[in-house]
Design a protein around this ligand. Structure first.
Ligand SMILES: Nc1nc2c(ncn2[C@@H]2O[C@H](COP(=O)(O)OP(=O)(O)O)[C@@H](O)[C@H]2O)c(=O)[nH]1
Ligand SMILES: Nc1ncnc2c1ncn2[C@@H]1O[C@H](COP(=O)(O)OP(=O)(O)O)[C@@H](O)[C@H]1O
Length: 238
């Protein structure tokens, strides 16, 4: 039963009266040497897919996680889409030509690729493999069709669907972002309507509420923490 004092502190750690060495000497005298091997191996590195319609806040969420020093490897994917103002090659995307992209496909360098809003996008396989081998959890920020492909290739990945509170909020964000001309905006909104119908292909859904980006980051980290406590670990074979 914790002492009155520790009860007052809540769950303060109960301090040992004797040093660990002293206790182990006593145990030795009893001719008993406990096994020092850890009971459990460290949790397996995870593949975390963050997907959802254009404009829900995938990029903003990942940028915020990076600012907060969340220790995931955020995969930089390849695209033939022209670079937007402020985007950096090798950071936001590997911006490549159509020929270069075709060569990546030819050489089998892509784990997955798709045409997304008229541009090619693809996941460099080696980058994912190296990140996992280094023991890091890997985040894939891909569209809904890409998530479906990854679910076939890496069934043990964790699939998180990010959404805005409403279609109106989504459209306002896309308009405010000013990255698409009106005709392309319409395509993204029409695509978003279809993508919202595929929510049940995912394991988790996180609503990225207006002005609550840190709450979104916290929720995603909480999902990953819980997944690391699974008895049956999601071991990734790639
Ligand atoms: N399938 C797939 N989708 C990707 C890949 N890289 C990025 N995407 C997704 O492509 C979609 C369009 O990305 P982008 O052109 O940056 O537009 P945004 O989503 O409006 O910022 C987004 O949902 C990205 O998550 C990839 O390698 N594969
Ligand atoms: N929680 C939020 N509250 C308000 N605006 C947001 C939030 N998350 C993202 N945004 C804004 O919405 C727009 C779309 O976000 P972005 O990360 O580009 O979406 P996606 O990568 O999913 O296309 C951006 O201008 C971004 O700054």
């Amino acid at each position: 039963m914790p002492s009155k004092q520790s009860q007052q502190k809540g769950c303060a750690p109960v301090r040992r009266n004797m040093s660990k060495e002293h206790l182990l000497q006593e145990l030795e005298a009893l001719d008993f040497a406990p096994d020092r091997e850890p009971y459990l191996p460290p949790p397996s590195p995870l593949v975390i897919v963050i997907s959802g319609p254009s404009g829900v806040g995938k990029d903003a969420t990942i940028k915020r996680m990076q600012e907060l020093g969340v220790p995931f490897h955020f995969v930089v994917t390849a695209t033939t889409r022209p670079r937007r103002p402020g985007e950096v090659h090798g950071k936001d995307y590997f911006f490549v030509s159509l020929e270069e992209f075709a060569e990546m496909i030819e050489k089998g360098e892509l784990l997955e690729y798709a045409v997304v809003y008229g541009d090619y996008k693809g996941i460099p396989k080696q980058q994912v493999r190296e990140a996992l081998a280094s023991g890091k959890d890997v985040v894939l920020r891909i569209d809904v069709q890409g998530a479906a492909t990854i679910r076939k290739i890496i069934p043990n990945a964790i699939f998180i669907f990010l959404t805005a509170e409403s279609e109106e909020e989504l459209v306002l964000r896309l308009m405010e972002r000013k990255t698409e001309p009106p005709d392309k905006l319409k395509l993204r909104i029409a695509t978003a309507r279809q993508e919202m119908k595929r929510l049940d292909e995912f394991d988790y859904v996180v609503v990225n509420r207006d002005g609550a980006l840190d709450e979104t980051v916290h929720r995603i980290c909480a999902i990953v923490e819980a997944e690391k406590c699974r008895v049956r670990q999601r071991v990734i074979e790639l």
